[in-house]
Ligand binder design. Structure first.
Ligand SMILES: NC(=O)c1ccc[n+]([C@@H]2O[C@H](COP(=O)([O-])OP(=O)(O)OC[C@H]3O[C@@H](n4cnc5c(N)ncnc54)[C@H](O)[C@@H]3O)[C@@H](O)[C@H]2O)c1
Length: 331
């Protein structure tokens, strides 16, 4: 199995494929994109070049990135030509199992036997695709998030057959382009979409039940949970707020809203074991030395102040015209 990836083929030069290809090419990786026709492949390459040039112009990417992408990114007329020399091939074709399986079979027949093969699926389990791949020990899901050239997180899902050596090679490639890989289970929605769909569902139920307008739900999310989350994600927040407090909160919510709000067993067991979070130095999955608590508070103050400044500098999303957002920005 390959251990350092130098050449990548991206199959499907659509929205996600071109984002993945452009950031890899900007990081110095040799990338070939292809699509259902030579024209579509070239159109994808041209779109990637235009996007990069626009971001350089806006000062978001260093000068010289367009030239780097131009040199490192080529379009191939066929899938077979694109994958021939690749160390890693990522399929980014539509989310239709039959199309994915057909493309994966073609990739594995034409690629080198030691090439790693990935799928960008958001929802299809590895086990439903792996049987289409010759030598499935080199197959995994490498799930970039939208837009791939800007969002740092990538989910990695291995199947039963996937060889261990595949993960370090993929993680190292991601690191070179400043993406961060997280290994997650082959379960519905992986991690990202299971969390995202739960949150969106509750947001829509709140609107539907008349608890808040859509605008106010979004304001609450954006200015509280969303505001904190880049720095202190939910499990760290649990440690900060107090495990015992959350356990009680779940009890109250469950009484009113039903069992989907019951406290998870991992939480009740931890509380029973005396784990109350940062306040007693015993978090859910880690301990906190007393001297780090002041450092965490100082780091948090810096993070939240920086976030407030960035939001003020950016202003609201263009086209936002709600009264509350107008008031907020003029305040
Ligand atoms: N768009 C998103 O927000 C997003 C986010 C994460 C993951 N994904 C996943 O990424 C994948 C692609 O999504 P997208 O939004 O880029 O779709 P898209 O429609 O923009 O791109 C798919 C591309 O694949 C090409 N294609 C179709 N059949 C092909 C074939 N046989 N050989 C080569 N190319 C072929 C199409 O012409 C098209 O250019 C899907 O699996 C999707 O679930 C999408």
């Amino acid at each position: 199995m390959i251990n350092r990836i130098e050449r990548v083929a991206v199959i499907g030069a659509g929205y996600m494929g071109t984002g993945i290809a452009q950031r890899l090419a900007a990081a110095g990786v040799t990338v070939t994109v292809t699509d259902a026709s030579p024209e579509l492949a070239e159109a994808g390459r041209q779109r990637a070049l235009r996007d990069v040039a626009r971001d350089v112009e806006a000062g978001l990417l260093p000068a010289g990135t367009t030239e780097a992408v131009e040199a490192n990114l080529t379009a191939a007329a066929t899938l077979e030509e694109a994958v021939r020399d690749a160390d890693f091939v990522e399929e980014v074709v539509p989310e239709v199992l039959e199309i994915k399986r057909d493309v994966l079979a073609r990739i594995s027949a034409a690629a080198r036997p030691d090439a790693i093969i990935g799928s960008n699926t958001s929802t299809i389990p590895v086990r439903l695709m792996a049987s289409a791949v010759e030598r499935p020990e080199r197959f995994l899901v490498v799930h970039w998030s939208n837009p791939a050239h800007l969002v740092p997180g990538v989910e990695l899902v291995v199947g039963e057959a996937t060889e261990e050596a595949v993960l370090p090679a993929i993680k190292e490639l991601l690191q070179r382009a400043d993406w961060v890989g997280a290994v997650v289970g082959d379960a519905p929605g992986f991690v990202l979409n299971r969390l995202q769909f739960a949150l969106v569902r509750e947001a829509l139920l709140l609107v539907d039940e008349g608890h808040a307008t859509a605008e106010d739900v979004d304001i609450v999310l954006r200015t509280t949970l969303g505001f904190r989350m880049p720095f202190i994600p939910p499990i760290a927040m649990l440690d900060m707020a107090g495990l015992d407090i959350y356990e009680k909160g779940y009890g109250l919510l469950q009484a009113e809203l039903g069992d989907r709000y019951s406290a998870p067993r991992v939480l009740t067991e931890a509380v029973a074991d005396g784990r109350h979070g940062m306040k007693n130095g015993r978090g859910l999955f880690r301990d906190y030395a007393p001297e780090t608590l002041d450092e965490i508070a100082a780091w948090r103050a810096k993070a939240y102040t920086g976030m407030s400044r960035l939001l003020a500098e950016l202003g609201p999303m263009p086209g936002s015209t709600t009264e509350s957002e107008t008031e907020e920005t003029s305040a």
